[in-house]
Every structure is written in structure tokens, then in C-alpha cells.
Ligand binder design. Sequence first.
Ligand code: ZN
Length: 178
Amino acid sequence: MAARKVLKLGDPVLRKISQEITEDETKTKEFKKLIKDMFDTMKFENGVGLAAPQIGVLKRLVVVGVENSERYPGTPDIEEKILINPVITPLAPVGAGFWEGCLSVPGMRGLVERPNKIKIEWYDEKWGQHSEIIEGYKAIVYQHECDHLDGVLYVDRLKDTKLFGYTDVIDTQGNELD
Ligand code: ZN
């Protein structure tokens, strides 16, 4: 278990653009260790996903995966995946509202609207190419994580700063947007 420290909002590294990963890089021992550390960190923090810049590595790499999420009770499970150089194309207008949180913004939630349907293309750790159309909660999670690769945090996408606050205080009921 090698959970790494998660950078928090305010750290300038979280605001940088991450670099594309090359196929050669994926064959290195360091890269394999990085992927393992990412999963260890995500699980240790009870996250649903984690982007490499969150542990201070400015590479276009995201891991996702959770069963019976403690942080987001009642949400569907997300299959474990390694997304290298992911590219997202929205296939729906911005509209689905979800109370997002982030391991880099601990203890807080904010209502963010995003497209409910996307196409995502990526490479896996064996450099296999993938393309998938996804909808709903999973599409929200993927967009949130991929935003990190461009230095964007969900707090940048709040529609209304009044719908943002501490998880144990803010009323997330009755505020769903259309
Ligand atoms: Zn995040």
C-alpha cells in the first residue's frame, strides 16, 4: 500500500496542464508503480476516481473505480479503469446537475452541471485504444477527473456559489437543477 499525499485546492500544481503520455513511458517500472500508487491512493481516500496531477504528477492519466461508494452513497458502482491520454467529446448539452466533491477539496460539495452524455477515447496501460459512449453518473465522474488534466477543478464550474458548502452542513436536497 503506497497511498500518496493528495494535493489540495490552492496548490498551483493542480492548476497546470498535464502532459501527454508516450507508449514508451507506459513500459517503464516507474509508470507501473505510478498506476499502482494511484489506485492505492484512490482507495485509501475512498475516492471514485483520481487524476495524476492530484498526487503532483503532471501526466494525462486518470484511474477510476469504486464499489459501494462511502463518499457518494446510493450512486452506481464504477468499473476499475486506467485512462491514458483521455479525450472527451460532449454529446449532450450542459444540463445534468450533480453534487460533486473532490479529494483535492476535502469536506465540501457543490452543485455542478455537465453534459449527461459523452464520448471518451483513451489508451489503456497496454496501449490498447478505446472509445466508448457513456451516460449519467459515470459520464459526470469521467468529466470531473479529466478536467484535472487541464488544471480545472469542479469549483470553477459551479453554476451558483450559494450551492457550494461543507458536506456536513449544506442541504443537497431540493436543489436539483433542471
Ligand atoms: Zn477531483
